[in-house]
Write a protein that binds this ligand. Structure first.
Ligand SMILES: NC(=O)C1=CN([C@@H]2O[C@H](COP(=O)(O)OP(=O)(O)OC[C@H]3O[C@@H](n4cnc5c(N)ncnc54)[C@H](OP(=O)(O)O)[C@@H]3O)[C@@H](O)[C@H]2O)C=CC1
Ligand SMILES: O=C1OC[C@@H](O)[C@H](O)[C@H]1O
Length: 367
């Protein structure tokens, strides 16, 4: 075997909506444009639950190779032997069932965020994936951005001293009363597990966990989950949360994560990572970080990280998933399932404390 030839990862795209399009276009960009030569991606197939023509249109809209097959059912996609890994891009409410479908068919799985509706569902996915020896990852693309990695390194090296507090927010001023007046959009629809917390809150919570948990060496990791309290305010039309604030207490630090769909974020300081010797501010938006400012000894130094190759920045998560699959790993170091589970438990706790439960049909864990 030629050891220099790149590993080809063959993706099956499950669902054909907005993010499936963005992700698949990124997948198909030449890896060399971002300095990657050890792996390549191909789209083996895509499936739409709506119709065959929808799947065909999707494949042509992303310029998929002529060999890519269109399916009108998710089951047909996950049983295609030419698919190595299934990318799940349905609304949150469907992730649990769709991931299970793919895992039961012995496929590796990369699932859009949030992984599931609740932690109990995720625990089942993790158990099934381990039992089947299949790779499983939540597609939290932010974690794979070069900026996020550099910020993690700066924190680990102690440049800003001991990090004692992280304030992270993701607010998008979407005028929900007008934009989502009929209540059908997945952002506010309880049947699709809508609400700011699960959709947007995941990103500020990710910054809290990346900084206050992920950067710690294994022997310093807290043995118990952080204490979590949170409050929400509701979008009256459908009852999901429109705003939320979550406070997480770790043994030596505190994280404050907030998100919402009524007001905008401060463009300069979406994230503040506050250390005893300085701080790092990451500019909005929390999900696609392209610049940060290091403030130390009275000086502010800003660094830009433009996304290379004309993409959206989703290719980095795909590259790492492909490498892990190539290397026979069952999860990815940058986005371990253990951290997805901790985060899901934090969101469960906020919902529980605020009496915010989704319809039983999407909270359930039987399969
Ligand atoms: N990482 C990121 O930056 C982003 C992640 N996301 C995540 O991706 C997921 C999908 O979001 P997005 O692409 O915006 O959603 P869309 O509504 O645009 O697409 C969802 C797709 O899921 C399929 N689907 C299956 N069942 C249903 C159903 N009951 N209702 C609606 N759609 C259904 C449809 O595809 P088909 O008919 O072909 O089966 C539909 O096109 C969400 O979980 C979201 O959190 C979203 C945006 C950004
Ligand atoms: O994950 C996301 O990030 C970008 C937002 O615009 C989108 O609504 C959300 O789902």
């Amino acid at each position: 075997m030629d050891t220099d030839s790149p590993f080809e990862c063959r993706w099956g795209i499950l669902a054909t909506g907005w993010i499936a399009t963005v992700f698949t276009k990124d997948l198909l960009l030449p890896p060399r444009a971002r300095g990657v030569s050890d792996i390549t991606h191909t789209v083996a197939a895509a499936a739409s639950s709506s119709s065959l023509s929808r799947a065909q249109e999707f494949l042509s809209s992303v310029n998929a190779p002529a060999t890519a097959v269109a399916y009108d059912s998710y089951t047909a996609l996950v049983t295609d032997p030419r698919v190595d890994v299934v990318y799940v891009a349905t609304p949150h409410s469907h992730h649990f069932a769709n991931c299970l479908l793919a895992l039961q068919a012995e496929k590796h799985v990369v699932c859009e965020k949030p992984f599931t509706v609740n932690a109990s569902q995720l625990e089942i996915l993790i158990r099934v994936a381990r039992g089947k020896k299949r790779f499983l990852m939540e597609a939290v693309w932010t974690r794979f951005f070069p900026l996020a990695r550099e910020v993690g390194r700066i924190v680990r090296e102690g440049t800003i001293g001991e990090v004692r507090r992280v304030n992270a927010e993701l607010n998008l001023c979407q005028h929900p009363e007008v934009t989502y007046a009929d209540g059908n959009h997945r952002m506010v629809n309880p049947d699709l597990a809508g609400g700011a917390l699960l959709d947007l809150g995941l990103y500020p919570l990710t910054w809290v966990f990346m900084t206050l948990y992920h950067t710690l060496p294994p022997f310093e990791k807290p043995t118990s989950a952080p204490a979590v309290i949170g409050t929400i305010s509701r979008f009256e039309a459908t009852g999901v949360d429109a705003e939320n604030v979550v406070v997480l207490t770790f043994p030596r630090s505190i994280g404050v994560a907030s998100s919402g769909i009524r007001v905008a974020s401060d463009p300069q300081t979406a994230i503040r990572i506050c250390g005893t010797k300085g701080e790092i501010q990451v500019q909005h938006p929390a999900y696609r970080p392209e610049s940060y400012t290091l403030i130390k000894d009275g000086e502010a130094t800003r660094k830009e990280f433009p996304i290379p190759g004309g993409g959206h920045g989703m290719f980095w998560e795909a590259d790492e998933a492909a490498r892990a699959i190539r290397d026979g790993k069952l999860e990815c170091n940058e986005c371990p399932v253990e951290e997805s589970l901790l985060l899901m438990k934090a969101m469960d706790k906020v919902r529980l404390d605020n009496g915010f439960r989704y319809p039983e049909a999407i909270e359930k864990t039987d399969y």
